[in-house]
Design a binder for this molecule. Structure first.
Ligand code: GLC
Length: 560
């Protein structure tokens, strides 16, 4: 298998970029001599040869001892290229993790197409864990890309975009054309020797919610593939261009909105059950923002694409302003809200959404450190969901929805509130858990989402890759290393559980699957990124200076 490298990239004049620094400038944080990144050098990577000693915008910025010069990349069957390439001893569980990841591969007509959610034969109930979930496949895909095996990712992207073209119905209601499935299954007919696909767009899902995140993850993954391989031809195919446009037309359509955020039903993302994450949940807003930025880099400026490019630029401008102003909470902001007056009318209102200070939960006053902050869970009229949600905050850092100062503050919060947010197993999906009467009302008495379990304050190892990426981006790899050490001490021993329970995440989750693929892949991606931080470029976007003023700036290609 061959990987395109730096010089030999195909370029396309039809692509554009909002800024000259779309991608993360690693030179800002690398303070070690250059590493050999020829193997994964992607077409618009920063120049790692211009390594600076300035550190990242966070504190520290040191990757002491984490680099080792890599060689050329070979895809070694059954062998993790990353650990084979590096001079230091890989942790003994890395090999097991790769084996488990490969065991979860799903084949369609002889080609690897994805990974199933969990390879848990001990569990009596398979439910839909034998399916390939779009969101679950993302860390698997990143692991394969980082290991120099992009073909499975390409197959996945092409096949899912075909599924998007299916007519989708829930009872008699037809879903929007752009909707992407939450999951799909390969059905093997041994007699006839044929494979067929069966996709779920929400019509079989618990609660019948369509996954809003799937389309966003698909776009983000398309960019990761392009960035990692330098192969722009996939994104340029009419299928992928149309796939992007259809997803975008679903979320950029005009309605009665007064906010640039995207209105959603409860359970339309990783938290796929009722958990009070309806309205404008941070996870969806952050993914929306990231997908818009990725699409902007990949959309052609042809007749059909042009209209979207303009809409995206305008939306990004409004969305970043809204999120950075109204979803952001730190000590000062909390104090301001605490002193809010209510019933203010007109443009001069300070308390724009009429948030009643009494609705601030008690836990927050102690939880909020003097230094640090985060994007809260949700903001809508008279409702601020003050809970911490890990995925949304990590994506906010990676997509540069968070300003550099906000990103630093999020990392400060994680350090300050380590016990609450990381505890003994990284990483809490949200904090705190809801209990008692509130749990009854918000979850509808969901026995799976009892306090400190599953989506309700459970700890999900998959989130480790996002944390690691955010740590690298903010120049705080030591936080990731500490979290990875914790996970390493238990994951294999416990059989790669889907989630852990308890205030400290000490117990294997009540109904957690074993050999949960994204727990395995998430760990591998975290390890590989820490070993070779240049991988970060696949899933990180730099802040666009142009976002501050919504002027479209054209450049010859998105390599500029
Ligand atoms: C659970 C999770 C969801 C995941 C699925 C498959 O439903 O909530 O995020 O995609 O399991 O692992």
């Amino acid at each position: 298998m061959e990987l395109a490298v730096g010089g030999g990239m195909r370029r396309s004049a039809s692509h554009t970029s909002l800024s000259e620094s779309d991608d993360f400038d690693l030179s800002r944080l690398l303070n070690k001599p250059r590493i050999n990144v020829d193997r994964q050098r992607s077409f618009d990577d920063c120049s790692l040869s211009d390594v600076s000693h300035s550190g990242g915008y966070g504190r520290g910025g040191a990757f002491d001892g984490m680099y080792s010069p890599g060689g050329g990349l070979r895809s070694l069957v059954g062998t993790p290229a990353s650990s084979a390439l590096h001079s230091f001893e890989p942790h003994p569980i890395v090999g097991d993790a790769w084996e488990a990841l490969r065991r979860s591969l799903v084949f369609f007509r002889g080609q690897p197409l994805g990974t199933i959610a969990a390879f848990d034969h001990a569990s009596e109930e398979v439910l839909n864990y034998d399916q390939v979930f779009v969101r679950d496949f993302v860390p698997s895909a990143l692991a394969f890309l980082m290991n120099g095996e992009p073909d499975i990712v390409k197959n996945f992207l092409l096949k899912t975009v075909l599924l998007q073209g299916w007519e989708k119905k829930v009872d008699r209601f037809k879903l929007g054309e752009g909707a992407m499935p939450a999951s799909f299954k390969v059905l093997h007919d041994a007699k006839k020797g044929v494979d067929t696909l069966h996709a779920d767009f929400g019509e079989s899902a618990i609660g019948r919610v369509a996954p809003v995140d799937s389309g966003f993850w698909w776009i983000i993954l398309l960019r990761a593939y392009t960035k990692s391989t330098g192969d722009m031809t996939l994104a340029e195919t009419p299928e992928c261009q149309k796939g992007m446009r259809l997803i975008l037309s679903l979320c950029l359509s005009e309605g009665f909105d007064t906010f640039p955020t995207l209105l959603c039903a409860d359970g339309c993302c990783m938290i796929d059950r009722r958990m009070g994450v309806y309205g404008y949940p941070i996870e969806i807003q952050a993914l929306f923002f990231m997908a818009l930025k990725c699409a902007l880099q990949m959309l052609k400026h042809d007749n059909e694409g042009k209209e979207f490019v303009e809409k995206i630029a305008t939306r990004l401008h409004a969305l970043s302003y809204h999120m950075r102003s109204y979803f952001w909470l730190d000590f000062q902001q909390l104090n301001d809200i605490y002193r809010y007056k209510t019933e203010e009318y007109s443009h001069t209102a300070v308390n724009k959404f009429n948030v009643i200070p009494d609705s601030i939960p008690d836990w927050l006053f102690d939880f909020m450190p003097c230094q640090g902050g985060f994007f809260i869970g949700n903001v809508s009229p008279a409702r601020m969901d003050f809970r911490w949600f890990a995925l949304g905050n990590m994506i906010a850092i990676l997509s540069s929805l968070a300003t550099p100062e906000q990103s630093t503050a999020i990392m400060d919060l994680i350090e300050e509130r380590w016990e609450e947010l990381i505890g003994e197993m990284p990483l809490k999906i949200c904090y705190p858990a809801i209990e008692n009467h509130e749990w009854r009302i918000v979850t509808g008495c969901d026995p799976k989402n009892t306090r400190w379990s599953y989506h309700n304050g459970g700890s999900w190892p998959v989130l480790l890759w996002l944390l690691t990426a955010a740590c690298i981006k903010t120049g705080r790899p030591q936080i990731a290393r500490r979290a990875i050490d914790l996970a390493e001490s238990r994951l294999l021993k416990d059989g790669w559980p889907e989630y852990y329970d308890g205030k400290l995440g000490r117990y294997v989750g009540k109904q957690a699957r074993k050999f949960q693929t994204w727990s395995i892949a998430g760990y591998l991606v975290a390890k590989m990124m820490l070993e070779d931080p240049s991988h970060l470029g696949m899933i990180s976007l730099e802040e666009d200076r142009a976002m501050l003023k919504p002027v479209l700036k054209r450049s010859a290609s998105w390599t500029n």
